[in-house]
Design a protein around this ligand. Structure first.
Ligand code: TRP
Length: 335
């Protein structure tokens, strides 16, 4: 077998079309996905079905889905290497999710920390979709016989339940689904809030100065970095109790490729003001080409449509094989 035809492992991941991709999402996840494309068979999706567990305004939702799709490509996902599709365009996801619901226990889902958090946050709309959300995610993963799923800490429990559901199903019917492993990035930047650097950067943070979006305008990015919380030592070095500076050094290192030591040396004798400006500039340089490409893509709607259609076509073909196999095992009559 030549190297190119050798079976590469399958990696699957998805993002929700939430309207904002933060610098944390980019440096911690998306940027790594781009690097995985050569080594693995990657499949990426915009998880729009997951997004309606909270109420969406139709016009905004539609735009957010397209934006998320375009942003994946703008960040460097290459559809020639990795199919990218929109979850709702591929009906097998909802179908397998229903089936897997019947192999998932109420008790298991009740113990999901994200469900508990979200039902507290949206106590006026604790819908069944919010509850079975992890089952839909399991379907996303299992349909493609994914070997690995790159997951952040917040999604780890969801991957665990996907594994459990797959094992249970395989236990009853014989091997049907590949049991997915978490993919832990070798180098993944953990970007913290600019306002409370003990917390992870999150777009759901009420304080908009705590996060930077990949699509934020340069002056907004600069303003947010200038306001970043630091400490009173006024020395640019990594240290205990210097969460703010540690975070800024981490971001600087992630966007420039320089080590923390190199950054410390570079900013020896300089104040935090200079350093914050430099980090802001470096981040702006990093996101500028992404923003340009994003704008080009949105101005070329036909191209996007062509891409998401062919992505869905491919996804349907692959996922149907798994769905058919599972349905046959259960005893459904072939369509
Ligand atoms: N639940 C994930 C999130 O909110 C998104 C997601 C949906 C996903 N389906 C997936 C991630 C499958 C990995 C694999 O971030």
């Amino acid at each position: 077998m030549s190297e190119t035809t050798e079976k590469k492992k399958v990696i699957l991941s998805a993002i929700q079309p939430s309207g904002t991709i933060t610098l944390g999402n980019y440096l911690g996840a998306l940027r790594n996905w781009v690097k995985l494309q050569d080594e693995y068979n990657c499949i990426f999706a915009v998880a729009d079905l997951h997004a309606i567990t909270v109420r969406q305004e139709p016009k905004t939702f539609r735009q957010n889905i397209l934006n998320a799709y375009a942003l994946l490509l703008a960040c460097g996902i290459d559809t020639d290497k990795s199919p990218v599709f929109i979850q709702s365009h591929v009906p097998t996801h909802a179908e397998l999710a229903w089936i897997l619901n019947c192999y998932t226990q109420f008790g298991e889902l009740s113990r999901m920390t994200q469900f508990k958090d979200k039902s507290q946050k949206h106590s006026d709309n604790v819908n069944a979709g919010l509850f079975t959300y992890p089952v839909l995610m399991a379907a996303d993963i299992l349909l493609y016989q994914a070997d690995m799923v790159p997951v952040g800490a917040d999604q780890k429990q969801h991957l665990e339940i996907a594994r459990k559901i797959a094992e249970r199903f395989n236990g009853i019917y014989g091997t049907t689904f590949k049991i997915p492993e978490p993919y832990i990035a070798k180098v993944g930047a953990r970007v913290m809030s600019l306002q409370d650097p003990t917390k992870k950067m999150s777009k759901s943070d009420e304080n908009v100065n705590s996060w930077v979006a990949v699509l934020d305008k340069p002056d907004v990015i600069m303003k947010k970095f200038k306001r970043a919380v630091t400490d009173s030592e006024a020395v640019v070095r990594v240290g205990e109790g210097k969460d703010g500076i540690n975070n800024l050094i981490g971001i600087m290192s992630a966007v420039t490729g320089k080590t923390a030591e190199e950054i410390e040396t570079e900013f020896e004798g300089k104040g935090y003001g200079d350093f914050k400006t430099a980090v802001g500039e470096a981040v702006i340089e990093t996101v500028k080409p992404i923003q340009n490409r994003f704008n080009d893509l949105l101005n070329n709607k036909d191209y996007l449509v062509e891409k998401y259609r062919s992505g869905a076509e491919f996804a349907l073909k692959i996922s149907s094989r798994t769905l058919d196999k599972a349905m046959k095992k259960i005893g459904f009559i072939a369509r």
